[in-house]
Design a protein around this ligand. Sequence first.
Ligand code: BG6
Length: 477
Amino acid sequence: MNDISQPSKFELPTIFVIFGVTGDLVKKKILKALYHLYRKKRLPQRFRIYGFSRRDYDDGKLRSYLREIMQTNSYKEPEYFDEFLQAFSYVKGDFNIKVAYDDLAKTLGRVDGEWSICSNKLFYLAVPPTSYSDIVTNLHESGLTKPCGPEEGWTRVILEKPFGTDLATALGLDRQLGDLFKEEQIYRVDHYLGKETVKNILVFRFSNSFLTPSWNKNYIEKIEVRLLEHLDVQSRGEFYDKVGALRDVGQNHMLQLLGLFIMDHPYKFIPEDIRNKRSEALASLHVMSESDVAKRTYRGQYKGYLQEKGVDPKSQTETYFRIEARSDLPDFDGVPLILESGKAQECEMIEVIVTFKETPLCLYDVEGEQKNTLHYHIRPDEKITMKFFAKKPGFSNETAEHELGFDYNKAYSKELFVDDYESLLFDIIRGDQTLFVSTQEIMSEWKFIEPIVKTWKEQNKPALFEYEKGKKIEIKS
Ligand code: BG6
């Protein structure tokens, strides 16, 4: 990873342009991340933020809009709000009309003139994917994305999932991006990779020698990735109905988690090697045939979903799925890799469970199976627990299950934690792509997901089942 004690490139003046500054992502994530970075002095010393949107705002109106978000969401240290908001200016424009980009280019040119330097430029596409194409084309045509040089005045573009709706659209988007930008300029955000617990996965796996010999098919019986959410689709019915659970969280967050659990050791702990190994892991997933899909996948919809606002009353969209995947990686060949996710679940639980095989020879009296499990909790719990067996005290040789554990929130004070978007934005500024999804990873994810979606849709196999909101779903495999 980059050496952040070397601030030279990082310190260059930087201009952020946020497309969709009045949208949901800025409101919920980006503004807070920028403010925290500002307060922690993790933004370049000289920076400006240009918010681009269609609304009839000016600088003053944008600042009061953002101020209100900061107040209603109780951001800390309100005495710094004004100072921070001074960095914001507004650019009104339609994403598909080039003239606004030409104006933006002139404005940014003036700022560079003021600073007497070619500043770094960071373009954040916080907009629905339908606008990506217009924005990147116009940015390119108005010359805004042209870096001044490799070391000075870089330009970077940031995009959010979903990257396409299937393999063909993902390829189309990628081709367009690839024509206009180099891969090192493109930052594809999967916010799961920025979570503290997720950033720890590789450290946990590769810094603890006791794990190394057992991290393979000889010892591991199965790996389960669970993303179970208590809430239903809430106000997102219209969006969700077109996407479904598998494309909403399976194609991205969950496959990324699985990749981190099964990938091989990177040659070095540097962005290229880590991304390559993650990518190899995703490419190793077996592409399922129709009969595999029918046998090894399940999909459900909660009762009441069809009455949600924006949902087609005859919708067949899944709000729950369970998939048993397989990988070709020599260490995991034949090991069931289970992905399970759902809305309106009994509990909120995002975790990866690694179940180890039973010891072939047990010395003591055991009732039932005796398998060790490693529970890697991502959210809301942020901890790692290991279930193991010990002898009960007394004359008998009975065993009992116990737990070893590490809890981030007990071990460290809350102030040390860095939010996902804060961490990702910091990495974008310093140019570290480790936590960003590469084009190869996106394609492998789609290659795995597409046949499943297709069989569900075209063959209606397996049939969609209905489940009660808040009740545990039991699937026997
Ligand atoms: C988003 C999905 O990408 O991830 C949501 O669109 C889901 O449906 C969310 O709820 C989960 O993310 P987090 O950070 O809340 O665990």
